[in-house]
Ligand binder design. Structure first.
Ligand code: NIG
Ligand code: FE
Length: 401
């Protein structure tokens, strides 16, 4: 059966036009001006959950209903391609300690593992849906959700089962850290991750991920995890080069992973590999914000020719934000991106990182995922940081916020 997280599973049949759009971002340069394919004085027709027509306001065909955008901007819904929403508890104390000078380490993950194992399925689902609602209100229409706070076959698979009911992109992250009970036998833990845990999780996930880092999994362990997942039909993505310039990015490119995520510490060879390979560099500015780490250099990646995505990394440890507009604003201020580049990376870039052709752009046939901004131009997402600018959201043609 189709997961209920699929917004197209109950597509409406009546057509709707969104008219009087001051600036429409299509992300299709063949439809409008510049790399974002901007159309001014535009209209969009939604039918059957898809974009049926795009053009200038004065040529809008008749529809069953319409919504007046009042001259404001419409953008594709944000595609948040990296989050960890299956958890219980929070880590406010750890955050406070960091803000008085303590460094971030991956060790805090075990705190959340303990709380998550104690939670009921209903508690995990309630936390997940609350965060997904927060995201939707801020314009996000596709979310990737990882497991990784269960770290047993039972707890990882139930996390993914719960995730599948509410999110369309699910990722098995049994290789998040070595849990406390395997601290003395990390390779035995990798054997669990690639054996019985994979068997239990593969039916509920599309992707497999590994945290390739000092203090988590080394290159050989990470390769073993990803190749075992791939043999079961899961597609690889990697937590790479977050804390050190380690082997994660090169491993991701070598295996043709859809995305290498974090990319905070990159060598020139890493940048070249990303520029030449098919792996998207997904940057997670909420993480550097919340760990006081240096921001990744998006400019360096873009100038080299890499494809860059932006995502929240929403999780209770390193990045407890659900806001793509926040990530766009930080990426512009701190990472060398223009407002247009950051918006592209938060929409089309996220779709590329999830290998999805049906989202991240507004063209006829694409899924009708859009956000109306309380602003005349999409640059306001960075120009007016911290201001709630998302006025309305459609997901699969349904008005959801
Ligand atoms: O993407 N890097 C590993 N995983 C998460 C952090 C999870 C946590 O601290 O609980 C991340 O930042
Ligand atoms: Fe992460």
């Amino acid at each position: 059966t189709a997961p209920t997280g699929d917004p197209t599973s109950s597509a409406p049949t009546a057509s709707t036009a969104i008219v009087n759009i001051g600036t429409l971002v299509t992300n299709d340069p063949s439809l409008g001006s510049g790399p974002l394919g901007l159309i001014h004085d535009a209209a969009v027709v939604i039918d059957g959950g898809r974009i049926a027509w795009i053009g200038t306001h004065s040529e809008t065909p008749p529809t069953d209903s319409h919504h007046d955008a009042g001259g404001r901007a419409v953008i594709p819904g944000f595609v948040d391609s990296h989050s960890h929403l299956l958890f219980a508890g929070d880590r406010t104390d750890e955050f406070n300690a960091r803000m008085s000078g303590r460094p971030y380490t991956a060790g805090g993950i075990r705190t959340t593992v303990a709380a998550t194992r104690r939670a009921t399925d209903a508690q995990l689902a309630a936390n997940l849906t609350a965060l997904l609602t927060e995201m939707r209100r801020q314009g996000t229409t596709t979310v990737e959700v990882k497991s990784g706070y269960g770290l047993t076959a039972e707890h990882e698979s139930r996390a993914l089962r719960v995730a599948r009911e509410h999110a369309e992109e699910t990722t098995y992250l049994g290789a998040h850290v070595v849990p406390a009970e395997y601290a003395a036998a990390p390779d035995a833990y990798v054997a669990r991750v690639t054996g019985p845990m994979l068997d239990a999780c593969a039916p509920h996930a599309r992707w497999i991920d590994v945290f390739c880092e000092e203090g988590a999994f080394d290159a050989d362990q990470a390769r073993a995890v990803l190749t075992a997942g791939r043999a079961r039909g899961l597609l690889p993505r990697v937590h790479a080069n977050q804390l050190t310039a380690g082997p994660g990015v090169r491993l991701a490119v070598e295996l043709g992973a859809a995305s290498a995520d974090h990319c905070t510490h990159l060598t020139d060879a890493d940048v070249d590999a990303l520029a030449q390979g098919s792996t998207v560099a997904t940057l997670l500015p909420g993480c550097e914000f919340s760990t006081r780490a240096p921001y990744p250099d998006a400019r360096r990646l873009l100038d080299a020719g890499a494809v860059v995505a932006l995502a929240t990394d929403c999780n209770p440890g390193s990045s407890f934000t659900s806001s793509m507009p926040f990530c766009v604003a930080v990426a512009v201020r701190e990472m060398g991106m223009t407002p247009d580049e950051a918006l592209w990376s938060a929409t089309a870039g996220g779709a590329a990182a999830l290998r999805r052709a049906d989202i991240g752009h507004l063209t006829p046939g694409a899924r009708a995922d859009l956000a109306l901004l309380d602003a005349p131009s999409p640059s306001h997402l960075a120009y007016r940081p911290g201001v709630p600018l998302v006025a309305a959201v459609w997901q699969g043609g349904h008005r959801v916020a």
